[in-house]
Design a protein around this ligand. Sequence first.
Ligand SMILES: C[S@@+](CC[C@H](N)C(=O)[O-])C[C@H]1O[C@@H](n2cnc3c(N)ncnc32)[C@H](O)[C@@H]1O
Length: 275
Amino acid sequence: MSSCCLEKENHVVETATPQREDTDIILDAMVLGSNVVFPAALNAAIELKVFEIIGKESSEESGGFMSPHEIASKLLLPTQQHHSDLPNRLERLLLLLASYSLLTVSTRTDENGSAVRVYAVSPSGKYFVYDKNGGGYLASFTSFLCHPAMLGVWLNFKEAIIDPEIDLFKKVHGISKFEYFGKEPELNHVFNKAMNDVCTTHMKKILEVYTGYEGISTLVNVAGGTGQCLKLIISKYPSIKGINFDLPHVIENSPPIPGNQSISLAAPTCFCRSN
Ligand SMILES: C[S@@+](CC[C@H](N)C(=O)[O-])C[C@H]1O[C@@H](n2cnc3c(N)ncnc32)[C@H](O)[C@@H]1O
């Protein structure tokens, strides 16, 4: 029996268990192969404030849902950019976000009796709506990863696999990432905000279950960013004296940590590794 037949036989045996259609498998490969589109679309949605609009401007009686027309009418664009195809183009973006479960989709009947799709923010999508009560926010992390300076790094990702010594950021930009952030105030702000939002989102969850900070008198957060994680810890354990330690260009932009015991400390610049 040739291996070909064996393969064929195996295939026949396997058909007893549910098989995925070839078309589904091809579609999966197609989706993954074109996945660079998704972060670009998500970044566009963040820049257009789509999550903010649906999350904050949808009415209660709509159940949090808005149609593409309603969302388009709220986009903060100059009047001349509110073109007639805007809702249609927006809907293609909304459908993509819904396919990744960042939005949920429903239908409702409009005033002409036609069914229209409407969109609400999903539980995961809520992390892309800024919550002033500190419910967690991750959109700034996407903005950082999609920053032009970072995109150049992703495009050279192969180098990080084949060169064991490489500092990929340095290879692309000529200096290490932390030196670069120190020289580029706009990117420094984007990075610090992304770190702050990601770390505080996690720290809030950690503090719900972790008790290891109990009884600590002094806590140094080495590379603690703008100090907001330390602030969260101290607000739960006010007797802790906190020291937030980071690079000068990060500390410069850090708000003071409340409580007269806690300080932010800038690392000597020479601590900044060049590789
Ligand atoms: C992944 S971020 C950590 C963010 C932080 N946990 C927060 O809550 O925002 C890494 C941090 O390390 C800092 N860092 C890098 N090199 C450092 C050094 N030599 N000394 C002190 N901090 C440094 C960076 O400035 C950055 O804020």
